[in-house]
Design a protein around this ligand. Structure first.
Ligand code: GDP
Ligand code: MG
Length: 601
């Protein structure tokens, strides 16, 4: 295809503002999906299939378009719509998708206005020098306020309110005009057709039948069906089995040239060999320099993952291996806990990533798991000037520490002005430092804070929602590190530390953490034959204590002289109970106690 006819764009929006629905209408209006096959959230349907491991999610769709109105009426174009994952955990991947486009449709719900992710996505698009097309969606809604929010949007991006388009992804109103504007306003891709090939990987998906399917956008040169390709980050060379475009099913092609978006299949079985952000070149005439910005996704949050039934350990390892084929950001290594047995220390991009992985392990692999409290990554300088990376409370140095660094984020909260006080209070209680505050309109405010990542990952979002009646929206991005006054709190059961409950917390919160865990355990652990103290300690200093009193009478006492079958039943019942008990020193702790005490509520 002549690059001059190509337009590469993405749709960016806050969640639920109608991205998928608008994409549906585009597929329909451009005719790439047969009307009889059309169904709601056509591209999301693939997500479900992908979850079951049978299809490939369609991240980029190629659509032909003939301009319908205006001075360029009749001009034909090839549109590539590149989908972006929506959540902050996956910002890195979003930014790679954006880098594969020349423009972005910034979609805003005409009944809601700008939200936190609208801003976050807009800033990402601007960082990638994309041309922004502002669009109000859902104008069919009776509650739509296109005048008001049109002005808000125009003010935000600095354009004339008259240039804000109005569409309904539901009814299709305005969508053909929007596609005309895409052709008119966006620049065609520019690249050097004669240079050595360079293509950027913006998505990479494992498919059980075909192996890894890699989605690329060609920047320079040309990749042909019979080429051998080379990954520039590792130098690995792979034979190409197939190349093609997605429209919206996979269609084989002979070659991909400048500006084109398509897929490559090499038979590689592991997405880690074909990572998002890497540059693909040809092995025969390789490019010298990779495209900018390749870096490994770094885990931000770690937690321990243990099978409830110890015999599931090999199954858990296999399941993690399989998930990793499709998720280059997932990391794990074996870990043992005195309390929980054999398991893994798993690194995630964020809490959503953690939840998704946990859910998939349970749903797709039928595993019952305990996850220990998540923690962020700390850099700890010991007194003898040794710098340690701590991803697990057990790695926290026992002796004195000179300095601890924790990761911080820059957070943006959008909220109606009546809730500003509540948000400020919450952020302050989480050690937040205010960076700024701005009125987006007379009643909506943008608050910017620096917050420790550790404070955000525990129920911050839930708290924010409940303190603002659901009106606040939140976005955040990593913003370096700061020194912090952190301590490790251990929980001792009958004098024995229980590793699964150790946590690294801020000094001011150590007491609260210690008392809350001790109080929970006091309720959850049944009485034993002897008195069991539960203590929270920082080093050798005890900061909280609860006591489980001893059982007074022997359970069997009441059976003496009584009916023998009742006695047997009781013993059997006890034995059954024991199976789900873990011994911590001399104390029997029911499995449920670990689960309940580790649950965040
Ligand atoms: P996404 O999260 O941005 O992909 O949003 P979806 O496309 O899934 O839409 C979220 C919700 O808004 C769904 O219930 C859609 O049916 C609804 N929706 C999307 N576009 C429109 C629209 O133009 N008009 C109306 N009335 N509802 C819409
Ligand atoms: Mg969607």
């Amino acid at each position: 295809t002549d690059p001059g006819r190509i337009r590469n764009f993405c749709i960016i929006a806050h969640i639920d503002h109608g991205k998928s629905t608008l994409a549906d209408r585009m597929l329909q209006i451009t005719g790439v999906v047969d009307p009889r096959q059309m169904r709601a959230q056509y591209l999301d349907r693939m997500d479900i299939e992908r979850e079951r491991g049978i299809t490939i999610k369609s991240q980029a769709v190629r659509m032909p378009w003939t301009v319908r109105e205006g001075d360029r009426k009749g001009e034909t174009a090839v549109l590539n719509m590149i989908d972006t994952p929506g959540h902050v955990d996956f910002t890195y991947e979003v930014s790679r998708s954006l880098a594969a486009c020349e423009g972005a449709i910034l979609l805003v719900d005409a009944a809601q206005g700008i939200e936190a992710q609208t801003l976050a996505n807009l800033y990402l698009a601007m960082e990638n020098d994309l041309r922004i097309i502002p669009v109000l969606n859902k104008i069919d809604l009776p509650a739509a306020q296109p005048e008001k929010y049109g002005e808000e949007l125009a003010k935000l991006i600095g354009c004339d309110p008259a240039d804000v388009l109005r569409v309904s992804g539901k009814t299709g109103v305005g969508v053909d005009h929007l596609l005309d504007v895409v052709v008119r306003e966006l620049a065609p891709p520019i690249g050097d057709a004669d240079a050595p090939a360079r293509a950027m990987i913006f998505d990479s998906v494992y498919d059980v039948y075909r192996g890894v399917v890699t989605y690329v956008r060609v920047i320079d040169g040309r990749i042909e069906a019979r080429d051998k390709i080379k990954m520039m980050s590792t130098g690995a060379v792979h034979e190409l089995l197939e190349i093609g475009v997605v429209s919206p099913e996979m269609e084989k092609a002979q070659a991909l040239g400048v500006g084109e978006v398509g897929y490559l299949i090499t038979g590689v079985k592991d997405v880690r060999q074909s990572r998002v952000g890497d540059t693909v070149t040809r092995s025969l005439r390789p490019a010298k320099e990779a495209l900018g910005g390749y870096k490994d996704p770094k885990p931000m949050v770690y937690s321990g993952l243990y099978p409830i039934d110890g015999s599931d350990y090999p199954a858990l390892r296999d399941a993690l291996d399989k998930l990793q084929l499709n998720d280059a950001a997932l990391t794990y290594e074996p870990e043992t806990s005195a309390a929980l047995g054999f398991g893994f220390r798993v690194g995630y991009l964020g809490l959503l990533h953690l939840e998704i992985i946990g859910e998939r392990l349970e749903r797709e692999f039928g595993l019952d798991l305990i996850s220990t409290a998540p923690n962020v990554v700390y850099q700890v300088m010991t007194e003898d000037a040794e710098l340690r990376t701590v991803t697990n409370p057990s790695e926290f140095p026992a002796g004195k520490v000179a300095e601890i660094h924790e990761p911080v984020v820059r957070a943006t909260v959008l909220v109606p002005n009546e809730f500003v006080g509540a948000v400020m209070e919450l952020c302050q209680s989480r050690r937040g430092i205010m960076l700024g505050m701005e009125y987006l309109s007379t009643e909506r405010v943008e608050l910017r804070y620096t917050l420790p990542l550790a404070e955000i990952i525990f129920d911050f979002f839930d708290q924010l929602k409940s303190k603002t009646k659901g009106y606040a929206s939140l976005d955040y991005e990593p913003s370096g590190e700061q020194t912090a006054d952190l301590v490790k709190v251990d929980i001792l059961l009958h004098g024995e530390p229980v590793d699964a409950f150790s946590a690294i917390v801020h000094k001011d919160k150590a007491y609260a953490y210690g008392t809350s865990i001790a109080a929970k355990l006091q309720k959850l652990i049944p009485r034993q034959q002897f008195e069991v103290p539960i203590q929270a300690a920082i080093g050798s200093r005890i900061i909280a204590r609860e006591t489980i009193r001893a059982i007074r009478k022997d359970v069997l006492a009441k059976c003496y002289g009584g009916d023998i079958s009742r006695k047997r039943k009781l013993l059997e019942k006890q034995k059954e109970g024991k199976k789900r008990m873990k011994m911590v020193g001399r104390v029997e702790v029911p499995q449920e106690a670990f689960i309940a005490a580790l649950s965040t509520s």
